[in-house]
Design a protein around this ligand. Structure first.
Ligand SMILES: Cc1cc2nc3c(=O)[nH]c(=O)nc-3n(C[C@H](O)[C@H](O)[C@H](O)COP(=O)(O)OP(=O)(O)OC[C@H]3O[C@@H](n4cnc5c(N)ncnc54)[C@H](O)[C@@H]3O)c2cc1C
Length: 346
């Protein structure tokens, strides 16, 4: 690990002022940044410890009935807060699907939003090729071991995926990320916060250097009654998603008034499944409608040599998570792409 200095910031202004120097980085729980530093992937010259800024640690109701979750709220505290559990159960489910209890006790909401990809070629500096770590060097994953990688929205330069579970739920819930810079504050809709890689895969987000995330704001709860976060992974716990689906529904009986669906593990950013949402709106939830909605979303998929299976897995995730969100008894989900599968209530 390279040498670095550490500065503790007591308030937001001090943190932002300290962050204007080249090579400065905020540190929250440190559960991602310290790993990257120890692995020689990140080389900050100066860490700004923001964990003592009390103003960033609150969860409070907004005047419009929404909820503000401070950037320093630990993932465990956010997941278990009474207002989150009751009004935004999708967020609780997604947070509790991530990492381990110990990590969730340390990890902050701001750090979770900013966590970097788990692409093995990004983490392993023995590989010279990684456009995200060393811009212009190439992408070893594109023709390499790419089972975990993107099937949607990737570019020639990068096929990495965003690993955050929390961010997938935030995408479905239409959250807003509040940030402060040296001159002004701004609100970034979650859909515009994370980026697709295009020709700048080194940039994961639209946050400018030196800007501080102060909170995540949730709109008034309109999708609390029918939600489900489904995370599909190689191990039952303590593993990143191969595919995940965050689903929130407004229902009139079995008819969908509105659907919010986001996918994780499939793209460089949480993937809002707008095509599937449009297919479901106004329709009764039956197997054929669900299958065609999922197929419409994944029609645009471009799998890599090692992850063709994700195209079908993502469709099944949409179907199953939507049925579970609706409270439908999932007995038999017949063929997606000509195959069949059986599921039971979780
Ligand atoms: C073994 C392991 C398993 C994991 N499994 C999962 C999983 O299954 N699902 C999942 O979603 N996550 C998982 N994680 C990732 C974990 O959720 C993240 O490491 C954590 O959320 C990062 O939060 P942090 O506060 O520790 O961030 P830090 O490590 O402190 O910071 C991460 C980045 O965010 C920046 N940052 C922090 N706070 C702010 C702020 N307020 N404003 C601007 N920038 C900021 C930092 O500069 C840094 O670049 C896992 C991690 C580990 C180590």
């Amino acid at each position: 690990m390279d040498a670095f200095s550490l500065q503790r910031a007591d308030d937001i202004d001090a943190a932002i002022a300290a962050a204007q120097q080249p090579g400065a980085a905020f540190i929250g729980g440190g559960t991602n940044l310290l790993d990257l530093m120890k692995g020689g992937v990140a080389h900050p010259l100066k860490l700004i410890d923001i964990t003592r800024i009390a103003a960033l640690g609150n969860i409070e109701t907004l005047p419009d009935g929404g909820l503000r979750i401070g950037a320093l709220v630990r993932n465990s505290d956010a997941a278990n807060h009474a207002l989150v559990r009751t009004r935004y159960p999708l967020l609780t489910q997604a947070l509790l699907a991530g990492a381990s209890p110990q990590l969730r006790n340390m990890a902050t909401v701001g750090g979770n939003l900013m966590q970097r990809t788990r692409c093995a070629y990004f983490y392993d500096t023995a590989f010279a090729q990684c456009n995200k770590r060393a811009p212009g060097s190439g992408c070893a994953a594109r023709e390499g071991f790419n089972r975990m990688h993107a099937i949607l929205g990737a570019s020639a330069q990068c096929v990495a995926v965003n690993p955050s579970d929390m961010s997938v739920a935030l995408a479905a819930l239409d959250a807003t990320v509040q940030v402060r810079g040296p001159r002004s504050a701004r609100a970034i809709p979650i859909a515009q916060f994370h980026r697709l890689p295009a020709d700048r895969p080194d940039q994961d987000t639209t946050l400018a250097p030196g800007e501080l995330i102060t909170s995540v704001d949730l709109p008034p709860p309109a999708f609390s009654d029918h939600t489900h976060y489904l995370k599909l992974r190689d191990r039952a716990s303590y593993a990143f998603a191969l595919v995940s689906a965050a689903v929130a529904l407004q229902l009139d009986g079995q008819r969908v008034r509105a659907a919010r669906i986001a996918l994780g593990g499939v793209a460089h950013k949480p993937w809002r499944a707008s095509r599937a949402e449009q297919h479901l709106a106004g329709h009764t939830l039956d197997a054929a409608t669900l299958r065609s909605a999922a197929a419409a979303e994944l029609a645009q998929a471009q799998p890599l040599s090692g992850n063709t299976f994700k195209v079908e897995l993502a469709q099944r995730a949409i179907v199953r998570a939507t049925m579970l969100a609706a409270g439908s008894p999932v007995t038999h989900i017949s063929g997606i792409n000509g195959t069949s599968g059986t599921g039971e209530r979780a």
